[in-house]
Design a binder for this molecule. Structure first.
Ligand SMILES: NC(=O)c1ccc[n+]([C@@H]2O[C@H](COP(=O)([O-])OP(=O)(O)OC[C@H]3O[C@@H](n4cnc5c(N)ncnc54)[C@H](OP(=O)(O)O)[C@@H]3O)[C@@H](O)[C@H]2O)c1
Length: 255
């Protein structure tokens, strides 16, 4: 398939690499910043463009991988013919694209994507097209990029996006805070890497609720008190520790 990418950030860059690997062709990369378009276009031998007047008539699919807030703005400027237009956002309705192309939809990669990624991890895709024909095309296209493709309407995708924020963004925030905590106390955060990986990998073997360990799970109030005392100088971390311990405690007291 011939693809046009709108955007040159994290998602556009990772998708471009996946698309080329699957033996499709990225014909053009559009970005509001021509230098950014050039950098990504060079990676996949595409034409960099910065005006919608230059959009190729040949492409089958146009992927709008720009910030969520830019989607309505760009959609207003686009009038595509004979091209499926999709965006890549978890929390944006596909209907925002309905006046930009007769065939439109969503190709949402359910993964944390960074342009610096060297190895691209498995990326499940949630797709949603404006018609059965668009769904069929998106399903074929996504299946050429990934082993995991599901149909999800706006509401399901929004709920899934929230779940993704919980398991990915929130856990990463805890890692970031803990890394700072370790740095301030001259502790080696890297010693925790095997633990982080083990706990995440365990999820493939069963339910998270059955995998919980730690003082709050055991109802070990003495240890919790000692930890909270250690955090007296860091009120924010102390509040988070208390909040999460209470949440774990409540869940297992219910059972
Ligand atoms: N990264 C992820 O993990 C991930 C995963 C799933 C879905 N998504 C979705 O993918 C989309 C892109 O996210 P991203 O992570 O790739 O973001 P990003 O790395 O911040 O890149 C954003 C892109 O949008 C462009 N842009 C921003 N505001 C614009 C505007 N007003 N007009 C035109 N272009 C504009 C930026 O251009 P400049 O280079 O000029 O700033 C850049 O090319 C979003 O809808 C996001 O929800 C992201």
């Amino acid at each position: 398939m011939k693809v046009i990418l709108l955007g040159s950030g994290n998602t556009a860059t990772v998708l471009a690499k996946m698309i080329v690997k699957a033996e499709h062709e990225v014909v053009q990369v559009w970005s509001r910043n021509f230098d950014h378009a050039k950098v990504l276009a060079a990676k996949v031998h595409a034409q960099p463009i910065t005006s919608f007047d230059e959009l190729s008539a040949e492409a089958d699919i146009c992927i709008m991988a720009v910030s969520d807030t830019a989607i309505p703005e760009l959609a207003k400027q686009l009038k595509l013919k004979r091209k499926v237009l999709v965006h890549t956002a978890g929390s944006v309705s596909k209907e925002l694209l309905k006046n930009s192309s007769a065939d439109y939809g969503v190709l949402y990669p359910l993964q944390s994507l960074r342009k610096e990624m060297i190895v691209i991890p498995p990326v499940p895709f949630l797709i949603d097209g404006s018609s059965d024909e668009v769904n069929a095309l998106l399903e074929d296209f996504a299946a050429s990029l990934s082993d995991h493709v599901e149909y999800a309407d706006d509401e399901t995708r929004l709920k899934m996006h929230l779940a993704a924020v919980m398991v990915s963004n929130f856990t990463n925030h805890l890692y970031a805070l803990t890394e700072d905590y370790c740095k301030d106390r001259r502790l080696d955060f890297k010693l925790l890497h095997p633990l982080i990986i083990e706990v995440a990998c365990r999820l493939t073997q069963g339910h998270a609720v059955d995998m919980q360990t730690g003082p709050a799970r055991r109802g070990d109030e003495e240890t919790i008190k000692k930890h909270l005392l250690l955090l007296e100088i860091d009120e924010h971390l102390q509040d988070l520790y208390r909040e999460l311990s209470d949440s774990i405690g409540k869940l297992y007291r219910k059972k």
